[in-house]
Design a protein around this ligand. Structure first.
Ligand SMILES: NC(=O)c1ccc[n+]([C@@H]2O[C@H](COP(=O)([O-])OP(=O)(O)OC[C@H]3O[C@@H](n4cnc5c(N)ncnc54)[C@H](OP(=O)(O)O)[C@@H]3O)[C@@H](O)[C@H]2O)c1
Length: 255
């Protein structure tokens, strides 16, 4: 991880769950510089402080709604103004919306696609000139739902399928510029994402038990495991890897 020490990581969705886990891991294991993005100021500041205590380096905390075009522009501008460059863009922020074709509202489709796909497209577009300068890397957080059909969350599933194809197309486009683009598809991670699936606390507990029980390795994926994969993909050890999707799912895709 020696080669990550001077790198600047821009991480969306760093105020909670997987994104917070990535920021914490990098601050514990490296001296990378972190630009952390989220909407909830209190949570983002808490994660930022935690990182600062670990590495002694103060992250740049950017409160922003990445679905707002002006906020996305501010995110990239503030990161570049503050650190002078961007080496690694982690498109992690995401939301879930429930329902299938018979029972979901278009508002759900718009919210999920705007967050999980449109904002990724926009942020990547804005960051690309800076990533070309550093010959940097992009890592998109997808989900196994992007390649495995299921009926509970149609808009979410297709947003992740689109994200994986986006990853491959942009990897091909930016390869001549020396920018690598990959995605990670986690299986179940016990995070705040679940608060939007419309279950009571009791129902949620049963849901989690069932999901984990059906995973061949019988354990939820941990944030630190995803963060370790991020660190590898961002490093020179992965210098020939682009356009790939890494599944980390406790064997769920085997079923
Ligand atoms: N949990 C799982 O089982 C699982 C599995 C596979 C893939 N994933 C993917 O992993 C990623 C992170 O999810 P998570 O499980 O860590 O969920 P989470 O705990 O709910 O975190 C989601 C993060 O995204 C941020 N976010 C959402 N909408 C945003 C917006 N419009 N602007 C800025 N930030 C926004 C949230 O920020 P605020 O809270 O500050 O608003 C939060 O930091 C998502 O892309 C998700 O699809 C999750």
């Amino acid at each position: 991880m020696e080669d990550l020490k001077e790198k600047v990581f821009l991480i969306t969705g760093a105020s909670s769950g997987i994104g917070a886990g990535i920021a914490i891991y990098l601050s514990k294991k490296t001296t990378a510089k972190l630009a952390l993005v989220g909407r909830q100021e209190k949570n983002l500041k808490r994660i930022s402080l935690y990182c600062e205590k670990s590495s002694g380096l103060t992250p740049l905390a950017i409160i922003a709604d990445i679905t707002e075009d002006s906020d996305a522009e501010r995110v990239v501008n503030e990161a570049v103004e503050h650190f002078g460059k961007i080496d690694v863009l982690i498109n992690n922020a995401g939301v879930i919306g429930m329902g299938g074709i018979k029972n979901s509202e278009m508002e759900i489709y718009d919210k999920v696609m705007n967050t999980n796909m449109r904002s990724v497209y926009h942020l990547t577009k804005l960051a690309t000139p800076h990533l070309i300068e550093t010959k940097g890397a992009i890592i998109n957080i997808s989900c196994i739902a992007g390649s495995r059909p299921s009926t509970m969350a149609l808009a979410y599933n297709i947003s992740k399928a689109a994200l994986e194809h986006f990853t491959k197309c942009v990897a091909l486009e930016l390869a001549p510029d020396g920018v690598r683009v990959n995605s990670i598809s986690p299986g179940f991670v016990n995070s705040n994402l679940l608060k939007d699936i419309g279950l009571s606390a009791d129902q949620l507990e049963i849901f989690v038990k069932n999901v984990v029980g059906n995973m061949p390795l019988k354990k939820a994926v941990e944030n630190g495991e995803i963060a370790a994969l991020i660190a590898f993909l961002a490093s020179d050890s992965a210098k020939s890897i682009t356009g790939s999707n890494y599944v980390i799912d406790g064997g769920s895709m085997l079923r």
